[in-house]
Design a protein around this ligand. Structure first.
Ligand SMILES: Cc1ncc(COP(=O)(O)O)c(C=O)c1O
Length: 315
């Protein structure tokens, strides 16, 4: 890969800022209200889903596990042969500036690298594109509303399998959401809240925007392949160590879910989110089970205590 010259210090231009409290985008180094955050129609990020991204959250004025998100974002860019003239400290500074500009204390923070557009006159090959960095910030997003989390989500096992990892590597965060989107419609058509996807060969993978866990004989088990290596999943395992609950990352066959005591999901945009039904089967008295409830409670309590927190200096 050709190394690009490092850009001068990105000096964020805040001249176009309007009301940013509903969210803001960073496009070509300019902070704009979220409604004005637009990208060129010829960007292959849009045309071909040729893009990677990462999402961090800000809670009560601090980033959570920002270094983990920046490291995964760098690894994802490398995995797709994308490169931008910014290192992690440049990206960190831009994200900090953007959140600070919105004033949001609880926020969803997305960093995106697209393939960009083909340079004029060049053959249409990804190597001839100028890769681009974008970011946007929204008020905190809950992929499952809090009341759903409190009762436990109702899930289905989707008929649509997850895209094969040999085709699209799920450990590189991506927008190849065709399978996940289909599964979301399967869930809503069945009157359920969320969908779990298999690999098409009976093993559980992940869901649209979250990792999945089954609690079997007191052990928290999460699939070892076909899924993103979630940063919330990492937090769940740290919490398991703290509360003395064993965990395993291993192949998880759907047949094992019948004997599971609890089911759980996890994501940055929602935290630790219990499940109380799968395909009509009721788990834990139709409420979050004891281990799930404890993990969820501790996850947020530890946020209050500054766990993995990077405070933002607001104006
Ligand atoms: C497909 C998929 N799996 C898992 C996750 C959970 O990852 P994290 O905990 O790092 O947010 C996400 C998050 O957006 C996701 O999109």
């Amino acid at each position: 890969m050709v190394a690009r010259a490092k850009a001068p210090e990105p000096a964020t231009d805040r001249s176009k800022e309007g009301d940013l409290s509903k969210g803001a985008g960073l496009i070509d180094g300019k902070i704009v209200p979220i409604a004005d955050a637009k990208l060129p129609i010829t960007d292959w990020g849009f045309l071909r889903s040729d893009v990677t991204y990462d999402v961090a959250h800000v809670w009560k004025g601090s980033f959570f596990r920002l270094d983990d998100h920046l490291a995964r974002f760098q690894a994802s860019m490398k995995g797709l042969r994308l490169s931008i003239p910014m290192d992690s400290s440049d990206i960190r500074r831009e994200l900090m500036n953007l959140v600070r500009a919105t004033g949001l204390r609880d926020a969803y923070v997305s960093m995106i690298c697209t393939r960009g557009s083909v340079k004029p006159g060049m053959p249409r090959h990804p190597k001839n594109c100028v890769n681009r960095f974008y970011s946007y910030v929204l008020p905190f997003v809950w992929v499952m509303p809090e009341d759903m989390q409190a009762r436990g989500a109702h899930a289905i096992m989707a008929k649509t399998p997850r895209i094969a990892p040999e085709s699209v590597d799920p450990t590189i965060k991506n927008f190849h959401w065709g399978d996940l989107t289909r599964a979301m419609f399967e869930a809503s058509d069945a009157g359920a809240d969320i969908a779990f996807l298999t690999d098409g060969h009976g093993h559980l993978t992940e869901g649209p925007g979250f990792n999945i866990f089954a609690i079997i004989d007191g052990t928290v088990v999460s699939p070892d392949r076909g899924a993103l290596e979630g940063i919330t999943r990492k937090s769940v395992f740290e919490l398991c160590d703290e509360i003395g609950v064993p965990y395993q990352i291993r192949p998880l066959h759907v047949s094992e879910l019948e004997g599971a005591d609890e089911l759980l999901t996890a994501t940055t945009a929602g935290g630790v989110m219990p499940v109380s039904r799968l395909d009509g089967r009721i788990y834990g008295n139709d409420r979050p089970g004891p281990i799930s409830a404890k993990l969820r409670q501790r996850y947020w309590q530890k946020h209050e205590e500054g766990w993995h927190a990077t405070p933002i200096q607001y104006d």
